[in-house]
Design a protein around this ligand. Structure first.
Ligand code: GLA
Length: 692
């Protein structure tokens, strides 16, 4: 809902539980008024009437109060917008009007030839913000920095606490909380992709929010390239969060006359339901507005990577497919190694045709076999990359990012294709479109296995734009492929969880959470992931024990399955080596997962206990059904476990436990908890409850 003040200079956006308000001063300064619990227009107008502090030397009266601080004037805070022409630098804008569209608001400003439009749209309680810049003048404008939004938090007497998700390869999405102090805390990626190091999300709370109580502010950026989010506590304790594409302020795009640039969306959410309430609101938002077909549950998949690595043959894949089908798997995915001369990571990337020795008649016979077994068929690709030892590179050595006269970096023996080039875009479209047309492929795992380092573009007058244009080309290619092959689902992968953000999630069906498939490490990774993203997109595989990919940890099939059942279940172990007994047990787990799948993938998530060493548990609630997944890392001193207090149930209703047949009152489960019988190390259980 959008309400506008009588003077046409105060705006109030409201969702079911929250409001966001801003207003324009007589001097066209755009000030933030309110973000938090729902308020009325009269409240916003009272706030708009409060005078700004007087001018003091050494301080700015605008810092910490503006919706979108530009460079220039009496400001010292980090600008969200920094532009220059050959003649001038910075921005002195004049208000040019506003428009209301659907549930959104557009505020237009101009500065000579540059039109700056700030966009606001309320999606339930998530405020989406982005900016468009249009060069309507004759002179070129260089955009050094154009953030998507600046978010302003209310002044609080208590200090603020910052939550973030940090990590690295095989250890992504780990939650840390720390007190915010004066100055700037910057997270981001200068790597060309979202990165394993931080998810583009922060949360802030001021008075000790808990999992289920207290006010929490969160911001998440929808961008899959280089990015930066800066949380700044200014000298007067005001806090602002500014974020957008690009890491440095050294140039994003150059707008010639008539050109426009649109920033990615930076979404903000206020919740007074603690961290759990905030996560549930983020999940609901993504299922409703971001993730394609989120009401359709994701199938149980098998992926051959950890079973065969590069040692792929059609016979071996057929045998794995037979075993996978017998377990109840619904989608069989051939990972890396099926194309070109790709028998190791040294060759073949770029040559997207089936390896003639491995698949003499192409992929269709294997796909047909998989389909005959009742499963969908998927493949792995990494379109943005090339091995120097490939036909593509030999034909087009100038298609890669490089800086002439400078040493070139290879990671995993590969280079990055310059996707900003039209000829590269066209080649990839033709190859991938043909690939999807030539064989009955239902699923594509789209990988990205190295960062940008030599992001040069010889011959291009403004090579810097490659960072942004690569991402736009990646999005356009995915969009075009999805439109041409609407039945094909896509997974975003980047060496595990290196490309997870709201931008890629708006055009993919699920993400590969981490290359770390150890079921214990995964609990912490999944705990972090769930702060922002829903189980519906969180792919999780059951692999072998001892764990081959990472740490050799030995764990039971039970523990591995219950860990992976917290998201989109997959199996990635070498089924050829699983015993008959293990295969029988696995079949039962897959069948159980299919029963709880709608609740896990579409339900509300309650994190009952975080994975900190002892007992941890999550609960999902959908309608009359609830599912609890609980894991015991290590029991100490033979201590019995405290019953698990459940959430989100109707206290006045009774619930039948499908595991024991016992009936429990909702109020008893909420206040006194559900007794658990876990013991020893790495034990786990699934409990299904149905309201009766
Ligand atoms: C990346 C992915 C893995 C696997 C390999 C294949 O590391 O994260 O799951 O697909 O590439 O090379």
């Amino acid at each position: 809902m959008l309400e506008i003040g009588g003077d046409g200079r105060t705006w109030l956006l409201s969702g079911p539980a929250s409001s966001y308000a801003l207003s324009l001063t007589e001097d066209d300064e755009l000030l933030h008024l309110h973000w938090g619990a729902r308020v009325d227009l009269a409240d916003a107008e009272e706030l708009a009437a409060r005078p700004l502090p007087p001018h003091w030397p050494f301080e700015s009266r605008l810092d910490g109060r503006e919706e979108y601080p530009v460079e220039g004037g009496a400001r010292f805070a980090r600008p969200a917008l920094s532009v220059r022409t050959d003649e001038v630098r910075g921005t002195e804008w004049a208000f040019a009007g506003y428009e209301v569209e659907d549930d959104g608001l557009r505020l237009r400003f101009t500065d000579h030839g540059l039109a700056v439009t700030l966009h606001y749209r309320m999606r339930d309680d998530v405020v989406e913000r982005w900016v468009t810049l249009a060069n309507d003048g004759p002179a070129a404008v260089e955009v050094l920095r154009a953030d998507s939004a600046t978010w302003t938090l209310p002044l609080r007497e208590e200090g603020w606490r910052l939550s973030q998700l940090h990590g690295r390869w095989a250890a992504e999405s780990r939650l840390v909380r720390s007190d915010l102090t004066y100055g700037e805390q910057v997270i981001g990626s200068r790597r060309g992709h979202t990165g394993h190091q931080h998810l583009p999300w922060v949360a802030l709370d001021a008075d000790g929010a808990t999992e289920e109580r207290g006010e929490v502010y969160g911001c998440a950026l929808g961008w899959s390239g280089t990015w930066r989010v800066c949380v700044a506590q200014l000298p007067d304790a005001r806090v602002q969060i500014t974020g957008g594409a690009g890491y440095d302020d050294s140039g994003l795009v150059r707008l010639e006359a008539g050109e426009t640039y649109t920033t990615p969306v930076f979404a903000g959410l206020w919740s007074d339901g603690g961290f759990g309430g905030a996560s549930r609101a983020w999940h609901a938002y993504q299922r409703a507005y971001v993730i394609p077909d989120a009401d359709r549950d994701r199938p149980v998949l098998y992926n051959s990577w950890e079973a065969t690595y590069f040692d792929i043959s059609e016979d071996r894949q057929r045998e794995l497919a037979r075993r996978a089908a017998s377990l109840g798997v619904e989608l069989f995915v051939v990972d890396d190694g099926w194309f070109g001369a790709r028998t190791s990571d040294r060759a073949g990337l770029g040559d997207w045709t089936p390896n003639p020795e491995r698949f003499p008649a192409g992929l269709t016979p294997l796909a047909d076999h998989v389909h005959a077994l009742g499963m969908q068929f998927g493949i792995w690709v990494e379109p943005e990359m090339v091995n120097p030892d490939s036909d593509l590179y030999r034909a087009h050595p100038d298609w890669v990012q490089y800086r002439p006269g400078r040493a070139r970096t290879e990671f995993r023996n590969q280079l990055v294709l310059n996707l900003a080039r039209a000829d590269v875009q066209e080649y990839l479209w033709e190859r991938l479109d043909a690939l999807l047309a030539d064989a009955p492929i239902d699923y594509v795992k789209w990988d990205f296995n190295r960062c940008f380092t030599d992001a040069g573009w010889p011959g291009e007058p403004y090579p810097q734009k490659l960072w942004v244009e690569h991402v736009h080309a990646f999005y356009a290619l995915l969009d075009r492929l999805r439109a041409a092959h609407p039945k094909v689902a896509f997974e975003s992968c980047s060496g595990g969880g290196g490309r997870i953000d709201l931008g890629v999630l708006s055009r993919t069906d699920q993400v590969w959470t981490s290359d770390n498939t150890d079921p214990l490490d995964r609990l912490a990774i999944q705990h972090g992931f769930s702060q922002l993203h829903p189980a519906r997109v969180m792919a999780a595989w059951v692999t072998d024990s001892p764990n081959t990919q990472l740490n050799g940890r030995v764990s039971s099939l039970r523990f591995r399955f219950v860990s992976a059942m917290a998201g989109v279940l997959g199996i990635g172990g070498d089924l050829a080596h699983w015993s008959e007994q293990e295969l029988v047990e696995a079949r039962d787990w897959v069948a159980l997962y299919k029963q709880i799948r709608p609740v896990v993938q579409r339900g509300d998530l309650y994190r009952l206990r975080p994975p900190t060493g002892g007992l941890s548990a999550v609960q999902y609630v959908l309608g009359d059904e609830a599912v609890v997944l609980a894991w015991l890392q290590a029991q100490r001193y033979g201590e019995p476990l405290a019953p698990l207090r459940l959430r989100g149930l109707d206290p006045a209703a009774a619930y039948e436990c499908r595991e024991t047949g016992e009936v429990h009152r909702g109020a008893v489960l909420a206040h006194h908890g559900l007794p658990l019988e876990l013991r020893g190390d790495l034990d786990a259980t699934v409990i299904r409850l149905r309201r009766i």
